[in-house]
Write a protein that binds this ligand. Structure first.
Ligand code: FAD
Length: 376
């Protein structure tokens, strides 16, 4: 039987692969996407939901700004608002050293359009009286926000299907090869062929890198999340802390979604939260937001995320194999930039180039790397 042939095949139905599928299908290319579980059920669907540019390194800002434009028009892409709100992102400093670090970041980001506003202790407590006195100041990014990943990420895949992409869930890609006629993928007991292959498999991305002789130091990490009982409206902003360790947002139903601490892996694709670790983060967070001191937590979870040692993704062409494009390793921060990463991959697949600067994300930066770093 002759294998079915597509312009582009995508491995992985997270927000990156599904966004690429949507952009490619809208351009009229024939696209097939294989997802071994359900689209948007991996990191893309279980993450904290922070949609922030603040705190990203300068090399990510052009990609992040491209994503910012997509988020503003989310409904026109995926058909729902995804509970996305531009609530502002407030990053707290607990010491003068942390405040100096926020100031240095603000200075470095001048000209990038983030409109960061530094708030002294008095300004902070006047404007946000729900905060405890541990915070000595903050940096505020007014147009950052948050969204519900459980509905946003699967909606990208559904939108791609409506635009004409073939989406196969519960269909693992088990083998990849290439000959003069392009790529041959084994998936769901069948072979399919494509001119372009997009490797958007997150923690499973090594299948495609290793098949084509590219070794990358990919590891997996498992951030811990929790959600409280519903509470009266307390704060609207997406809360972060300089130096990390705790972050929180309150959804319109009143529950506070928070993150902090690390879970652990059961195997390559499943993990568990470490409740003691998450509760420790909540305890520390209640010093910043005293209303959290006695709340009930109704659920904990974690998710498997692909990390690179420099916390930047691998995004762009393979160094060994024409037609192979990588988009993985978003290192705990790919929800906000995921829609733009998919758009960049679609640019590369369709046009052979992109106007979004991605040199810093080249797979060649790991040339010679052989040993995977330990799990986070
Ligand atoms: C708990 C947690 C909290 C986070 N919080 C935030 C946040 O607040 N803000 C933010 O910006 N980012 C956050 N992130 C990071 C963000 O969720 C990820 O960077 C982003 O979702 C990565 O998208 P992806 O499409 O690359 O990967 P994934 O969502 O991991 O998708 C990859 C998909 O590939 C599939 N796959 C793998 N191998 C195969 C195969 N062989 N065949 C077929 N399919 C395959 C997997 O099943 C998976 O669905 C968080 C991550 C976690 C885990």
């Amino acid at each position: 039987m002759t294998a079915r042939r597509y312009d582009a095949a995508i491995m992985g139905g997270g927000i990156v692969g599904a966004s690429a599928a949507l952009h490619l299908a809208r351009s009229g290319l024939s696209v097939v996407l294989f997802e071994r579980g359900f689209c948007g059920a991996g990191a893309s669907g279980v993450n904290y939901g922070g949609v922030r540019r603040q705190g990203r390194p300068p090399e990510q800002i052009p990609l992040s700004q491209r994503a910012h434009v997509i988020w503003a028009q989310l409904k026109s892409y995926i058909g729902i608002d995804g509970e996305y709100i531009r609530s502002g992102h407030l990053k707290l400093a607990r010491s003068e050293a942390e405040m100096a670090s926020l100031q240095a970041y603000r200075d470095r980001m001048a000209g990038f359009g983030l409109d960061l506003e530094l708030l002294s202790g008095n300004m902070l407590h006047d404007r946000f009286p729900m905060l405890g006195k541990l915070a000595v100041g903050a940096s505020y990014c007014p147009d950052d926000g948050h969204a519900n990943p459980r509905i946003v990420s699967p909606a990208f895949a559904r939108a791609a299907a409506r635009a004409g992409a073939e989406i196969h869930e519960q269909t693992e890609v088990t083998g990849i090869a290439r000959d003069l006629g392009g790529f041959i993928l084994q998936a769901g007991g069948q072979d399919i062929r494509s001119d372009i292959l997009l490797n958007c498999a997150g923690p499973g991305a090594a299948l495609a890198t290793e098949a084509f002789g590219e070794t990358v130091p990919l590891s997996s990490g498992h951030p811990c999340m929790g959600v409280t009982e519903p509470l009266p409206p307390l704060f609207g902003f997406n809360l972060g802390v300089e130096g990390g360790g705790f972050y929180a947002r309150q959804v319109t139903r009143g529950n506070i979604v928070f993150g902090g601490g690390k879970g652990y892996a059961l195997d390559e694709s499943t993990c568990r939260p470490d409740m003691a670790s998450a509760m420790g983060a909540l305890q520390a967070g209640s010093a910043l937001l005293p209303a959290l001191h006695k709340v009930n937590v109704i659920r904990f979870w974690s998710g498997v995320e692909a990390y690179m040692p420099d916390r930047n993704p691998v995004l762009g062409p393979s160094a060994t194999t024409p037609g192979l494009l990588h988009g993985f390793g978003f290192s705990g921060a790919g929800f906000q930039i995921g829609p733009a990463a998919g758009a960049v991959l679609a640019d590369l697949a369709r046009d052979g180039h992109t106007d979004t600067p991605i040199n810093a994300f080249s797979i060649t930066r790991f040339a010679g790397a052989t040993v995977p770093v330990p799990a986070h």
